[in-house]
Ligand binder design. Structure first.
Ligand SMILES: C[S@@+](CC[C@H](N)C(=O)[O-])C[C@H]1O[C@@H](n2cnc3c(N)ncnc32)[C@H](O)[C@@H]1O
Length: 297
C-alpha cells in the first residue's frame, strides 16, 4: 500500500522469502496495485522470470503499467478479479502467487473514490468503476435490518443497530451523498472511543467497502481454486488486512493441508514494530503461505 512517492509494499521481505522466487519463475500477482511487490518479484526472478499481474481497478492498473514498464515483455498486466486467475492462466502452472488484499493507500487517499471518511468525497467505494452498486446505493436503499446485519457481519461493529437506525433516520430527510456526511451520522450514533484509537466510522466504512466490492464472496473457495494453479513446489502467499479475510485464508489453507499442500505459516506473519512505525497502515496486515508438495498430483 502507499502512494508512488511513499509507496511501501507491506511485509515485502517476508512475502518474498515465503514465496522463494527464483530466476525463470512464473509468478502471479493477483492484486498488483501500484506494482511494489511485483517489481520486487521481477527483480528476484531476473533475467527471465515472468509475472502476470491482475487488478480490478483500471486506474490502478495504468499506474502499475507505468511503474513496471522497465521489465518489458516479462510482465503481462490485465484488469480483472483475482478469482479469475485459473482462467487467465489457461492451464499454465505458476511457481508463485501473491494476493495482497484490500485497497492501496492511493485509492484510500483519493477523496473522489469515496473510501475514506477523512476527506469529503462521493460515497462511491467501487474498485471497478464499471460496477453497478456504489456505497451511496447501499446506505440509501438497503432495509434497516439488512443494513444492521451488514455492518455487524462485515464491520464486526458492536453498535451496528444504532448506526443503521441513524442512517435510516438521516436518509428519510435527504439522501446521504458524501463520505463525511456518513462519517458524521455514524459518529453521532456511536461516539465512544474505540480500541486502538479507531475512528467510530472505521468499521462501518469497512463493511460498506466489502459489500460494494463483494470482497468476501466465496473467498475461501477462491483461494483453494487459485492454489490449484501452482506447479509442484509452487507457493502462494496471502496478505489480509482484517480478520474476516484472514479467516478465509486460514480456512482455505486448512483445506489445502489435506490436499497435497503444506502450510508454511503456523501463525500469520505480522509486521514488526519498525514497519508499523514507518507505515502505520501495515499494522493490521497478516501474511499466510502454502506450498504445493512436489509429489502432489
Ligand atoms: C493492498 S493493494 C496492493 C498493493 C500492491 N501489492 C503493491 O505493492 O503495490 C490491493 C489491490 O488489490 C486490488 N483488488 C482488490 N480486490 C481485488 C480483486 N478481487 N481482484 C483484483 N484486484 C483486487 C485493489 O484495487 C488494490 O489495487
Amino acid at each position: 500500500m502507499g502512494s508512488d512517492a511513499g509507496h511501501v509494499p507491506v511485509l515485502l521481505a517476508e512475502a518474498l522469502e515465503l514465496l522463494a522466487v527464483r530466476p525463470g519463475a512464473l509468478c502471479v500477482d493477483g492484486t498488483v496495485g501500484l506494482g511494489g511487490h511485483a517489481a520486487a518479484v521481477l527483480r528476484a526472478t531476473a533475467p527471465d522470470g515472468r509475472l502476470v499481474g491482475l487488478d480490478k481497478d483500471g486506474e490502478t492498473l495504468a499506474a502499475a503499467q507505468a511503474r513496471l514498464a522497465e521489465f518489458g515483455p516479462r510482465v503481462r498486466l490485465e484488469q480483472g478479479d483475482y478469482r479469475e486467475i485459473p482462467e487467465r492462466l489457461a492451464g499454465e502452472k505458476a511457481d508463485a502467487i501473491l494476493l495482497d488484499l484490500g485497497v492501496s493507500s492511493v485509492q484510500l487517499d483519493d477523496p473522489a473514490r469515496g473510501f475514506s471518511f477523512q476527506a469529503e468525497g462521493p460515497l462511491d467505494m467501487r474498485l471497478d468503476r464499471s460496477g453497478e452498486t456504489t456505497a451511496a446505493d447501499v446506505v440509501n436503499r438497503m432495509r434497516e435490518s439488512e443494513l444492521a446485519r451488514l455492518i455487524h457481519e462485515y464491520g464486526e461493529e458492536p453498535a451496528s443497530r444504532r448506526i443503521a437506525r441513524a442512517i435510516v433516520f438521516a436518509r428519510e430527510r435527504k439522501p446521504i451523498e458524501t463520505t463525511t456526511e456518513l462519517a458524521d451520522i455514524v459518529r453521532r450514533a456511536a461516539p465512544r472511543r474505540r480500541p486502538g484509537g479507531l475512528h467510530p466510522a472505521t468499521r462501518t466504512f469497512q463493511a460498506l467497502r466489502i459489500r460494494v466490492n463483494r470482497e468476501l464472496d466465496g473467498l475461501a473457495e477462491a483461494f483453494v481454486r487459485i492454489a490449484g494453479c501452482l506447479a509442484p513446489g509452487g507457493r502462494m502467499a496471502v496478505i489480509a488486512f482484517h480478520s474476516l479475510e484472514d479467516r478465509a485464508a486460514k480456512e482455505a489453507f486448512r483445506t489445502l493441508g489435506s490436499r497435497g499442500f503444506r502450510v508454511l505459516t503456523k501463525k500469520p506473519v505480522r509486521p514488526g514494530e519498525a514497519e508499523v512505525r514507518a507505515n502505520p497502515r501495515a499494522r493490521s496486515a497478516r501474511l499466510r503461505a502454502v506450498r504445493r508438495e512436489e509429489a502432489a498430483a
